[in-house]
Each structure stands twice: as structure tokens, then as C-alpha cells.
Design a protein around this ligand. Structure first.
Ligand code: NAY
Length: 289
């Protein structure tokens, strides 16, 4: 069975500090209500590139404590400070995380040799397996098949979180790396990714919509493509509404409607305004009540 992971959000207090209680509440919701297979912790959805090292550590610790072995956990430790990424890799490994992930290093137009060095360094002193986090739309970094193959020469590098709409490359990756883990990252394109035989999906919108996404995976695996497509269409109506209302703050507002204190986003992400709050209430009413 293909796996479904929520990309965990970070709950913030109004002043931008981390609200650990809110983080734990979202972990609980994912386990108890969503029956999720796992969580991707410290990724884009977690607003992790705006967190300091101590905040990241506190979140990784709270999440593994709250999950208490109930689900898979993947810790995204990558960023622009390699020393800190290595330290985080060690930290989460010591906490008990079995899998880490690291975003391709961005902003400085690093050469492939530099990117390769980054990945090899992150896994060098830990036993943990690593999934490459590829998200070219946000990082500007696209890896080719040959470059993925070169990164996979390190046996600790076991897969790709593929947040990319290039389905030709995805198909080529699947053929080239049949034994590697490929998890798709765009929720609105889960069905085409399933058709290309990904091993599962990781996404922000599954925090609320996991039930339908799981039904879609089950329909796909049962060969009922008509039903799978209908479910993807319904999910995409919901995802379109979320994107139009400001994605991350809206997911948090809907959590609040459902009794989960998911807190706020961190500036410069938006604070809720009356229009956004009304929009979130309407989305909640339309899809979740
Ligand atoms: C992450 O690191 O949290 C992810 O990449 C999860 C994947 C999400 N990407 C982003 C950039 O948020 O779930 C997707 C995305 O929010 C969704 O498909 C809506 O576009």
C-alpha cells in the first residue's frame, strides 16, 4: 500500500515564537483522526526555513515524543547552513528518527559538486537514511537523472521527495531507480504521480483531507481509476479554495474550526484578516462539516 504523509505545520504564537502545544495537537490530529502513515517534519509547510536551530530542535523533540512510535517520521534537516544541518541530522538521529531529508541547497546557485558534497556531509556521521527534498519551484535547483544517480551512489541516500510538476522526469526517475523511495509532493497532482508508480505522497493539504486522499490511493490500487479521478477532482476543488484563501494560514484557521489550536503563521507569512477567516470558515463548512 502506498503511504500518505502530512507535511506537518508549525503552530506559532502571535509574537512568532513556537507554540509547542499547538504542534503536538496537530500531531495528535494526524494520528487519531487522519490515521496518517507518517509526518514530514521541518519542511516548507513547517515554515522551517524561518526557524532558528533551537526552535527546530524543540519541534523535532516534541513531535517524536508525541508520536511515540505510532507513525513514520521524516525529519527535514536541510538548509543553507551545512554545519547546522549536520548538527540537526545528528540530533534527530539521537532522538530516534529513522529517516531524514534535506532540501537541495538554494540561493547561491551551487554547482552539482557542491550539492553532492552537502548531501554526503549531512549523512556522513549518522546512520540515518536520507531522502533528497527536490522542490525546484521554490529553490530554483533542478537535478537531472544523472545527478540523482550520482547522489544515490551514497547508499545512505535512499529516495526523493519529488515536489515537481515535471512528470517526464518523474517517469524517468521511476524507471531509473526502481528500488528508491519516491514520494510525490504536489497534492493536486497525486493521481498522475500514483500512475507513475510513486511510493506515496507528502503534502500540506493532507493535514485536513487525509481521509479522501487515502480513499483515492485505495481506489487507484484497486484499479478503479474513475473513482480515483473523481476523488482527485473533489480534493482539487478543496485545494483550489485553500490556495485562493492563502494556503498555510487557512489550514491553521480550519484546524481551529475543528477544535485544534494550530496557532498562527510566522511573519512575513500573513496573519489572518476578517476576509481570510470568513473564507476559512466557508471552506471548513463546505468540506469538513
Ligand atoms: C513541504 O516541505 O512541506 C512540502 O513540500 C509539502 C508539499 C507541499 N508543498 C509546499 C511548497 O507547500 O503539499 C504541497 C503543497 O502545499 C500543495 O500541493 C498545494 O500546492
Amino acid at each position: 500500500m502506498k503511504k500518505l504523509y502530512s507535511a506537518l505545520m508549525t503552530a506559532f504564537n502571535e509574537d512568532g515564537t513556537v507554540n509547542e502545544k499547538g504542534v503536538r495537537a496537530m500531531v495528535r490530529y494526524n494520528i487519531d483522526v487522519n490515521h496518517i502513515d507518517g509526518l514530514y517534519v521541518g519542511g516548507s509547510t513547517g515554515e522551517a526555513f524561518m526557524l532558528n536551530q533551537d526552535e527546530k530542535k524543540a519541534i523535532f523533540k516534541a513531535v517524536i515524543d508525541e508520536a511515540d512510535g505510532a507513525i513514520d517520521l521524516i525529519a527535514q534537516v536541510g538548509g543553507l547552513n551545512l554545519i547546522e544541518s549536520k548538527e540537526l541530522a545528528k540530533y534527530v538521529t539521537d532522538l530516534g528518527y529513522k529517516t531524514i531529508s534535506a532540501v537541495t541547497p538554494f540561493y547561491y546557485n551551487f554547482s552539482f559538486e557542491q550539492i553532492k558534497h552537502y548531501y554526503n556531509e549531512i549523512v556522513k556521521d549518522v546512520d540515518t537514511q536520507l531522502i533528497i527534498y527536490s522542490i525546484p519551484a521554490l529553490t530554483g535547483v533542478s537535478l537531472s537523472i544523472d545527478q540523482f544517480a550520482e547522489l544515490f551512489e551514497n547508499p545512505k541516500v535512499i529516495g526523493i521527495k519529488y515536489t515537481n510538476a515535471d512528470f517526464y522526469l518523474l517517469e524517468r526517475c521511476r524507471q531509473a531507480f526502481p528500488d528508491k523511495l519516491i514520494l510525490s509532493g504536489f497534492d493536486e497532482m497525486m493521481l498522475p504521480a500514483l500512475a507513475l508508480n510513486v511510493d506515496g505522497a507528502i503534502g500540506s493539504t493532507f493535514n485536513l483531507n487525509a481521509k479522501k486522499a487515502k480513499e483515492e490511493i485505495a481506489a487507484f490500487e484497486a484499479g478503479d481509476l474513475t473513482k480515483a479521478l473523481q476523488l482527485q477532482k473533489e480534493s482539487n476543488d478543496y485545494i483550489t479554495d485553500l490556495l485562493q484563501n492563502d494556503l498555510y494560514p487557512t489550514i491553521k484557521l480550519i484546524f481551529k474550526e475543528l477544535g485544534v489550536d494550530a496557532g498562527y503563521c510566522k511573519a512575513p507569512m500573513s496573519k489572518p484578516n476578517p476576509e481570510m477567516i470568513a473564507g476559512a470558515k466557508a471552506i471548513c463548512e463546505k468540506y469538513f462539516k
